[in-house]
Design a protein around this ligand. Structure first.
Ligand SMILES: Cc1cc2nc3c(=O)[nH]c(=O)nc-3n(C[C@H](O)[C@H](O)[C@H](O)COP(=O)(O)O)c2cc1C
Length: 269
């Protein structure tokens, strides 16, 4: 089914009730891209993405994240296998690995012969993860602004120790997620995926579940018609969500994340 050219309409199924700025227009255009042309992603694009990433806010200006740019086919293949054999990880001309990184801070402490015990707390891992996610999304916006496409790869957390070994990460560094980057293959044009309507996720002043079930049902109808338009027939969205989080076995190896983090130098005190 052909999609309309109004990205708000595609996202929410209704015309925009507000003015849409050029920046919002670009954000609304986001869709994950999993098929790429063979064209390389330039180092200039990479550097622009890193500058965008570093321009995100960062807790206490600690900058507790790193990013690895991977182009080597063998290394991408090995990482694709770790991430559940995801073809696009192998095929993307550029793979970015976004890393929660307290190791740099610890090295700074060692050079100053000062304690960095705070980095052993769960808080440091959460802080680094939040900062890395903000940075990555700024990079995503930069990449998309120049016509590149991308998809995040949470599958990089399936086997965190092995991912760390392949990338030679020091203790205190862990790949949070990957990001496959490349020029979208126009032969497999991806569509803008609908989301819950804003009223479902926006609470004013205090949390309220009023209207939630109706909002989810309304979204489910739009999601179903989107999937049908893509030639797919999937279970209702809320059923998929619940099944994805049914128990530890549905977490594709990530049920042991705490143990993996401890092995990688995050004590999570
Ligand atoms: C942190 C994160 C991890 C993700 N992991 C994967 C992944 O491992 N494989 C994949 O194909 N897509 C992955 N995605 C993409 C989501 O499936 C996608 O964003 C979602 O279905 C919404 O689709 P859209 O991005 O096209 O709007 C991930 C997204 C995020 C934010």
């Amino acid at each position: 089914m052909a999609q309309s050219s109004d990205p708000w309409l595609q996202r929410y199924g209704v015309a925009a009730p507000v003015d849409v700025t050029p920046q919002l227009e670009q954000l609304l255009q986001h869709r994950s891209i999993r098929q790429y042309l063979e064209r390389a992603v330039s180092d200039d694009s990479l550097l622009r993405a890193v500058a965008a990433a570093q321009s995100a806010s960062t807790s206490s200006n600690l900058q507790l994240w790193s990013v690895l740019a991977i182009r080597d086919p063998e290394r991408k293949l090995a990482l694709a296998r770790l991430a559940g054999n995801q073809r696009h990880v192998r095929d993307a001309p550029l793979l970015l690995a976004w890393v929660a990184d307290v190791s740099r801070l610890r090295r700074m402490g060692e050079r100053q012969q000062a304690a960095t015990e705070g980095s052993e707390y769960l808080e440091a891992f959460v802080l680094a993860s939040v900062d890395a996610a903000l940075a990555a999304q700024n990079a995503a916006v930069s990449l998309e602004s120049e016509g590149l496409g991308l998809v995040y790869i949470g599958g990089m957390r399936n086997q965190p120790e092995e991912a760390a070994r392949l990338l030679n990460l020091p203790e205190g560094a862990m790949v949070l997620f990957g990001m496959c980057v490349g020029y979208p293959d126009p032969a497999s044009e991806a569509a803008i995926k609908p989301r819950l309507s804003p009223e479902v996720v926006l609470h004013r002043e205090t949390y309220s579940t009023a209207g939630e079930a109706e909002g989810i049902a309304e979204y489910q109808r739009r999601a179903e018609s989107f999937q049908q338009g893509q030639g797919r027939h999937t279970p209702p969205w809320s059923q998929q969500c619940v099944e994805r989080m049914a128990d530890g076995t549905t977490l594709t190896g990530r049920d042991r994340l705490k143990a993996a983090l401890r092995a990688l130098g995050f004590a999570l005190r």
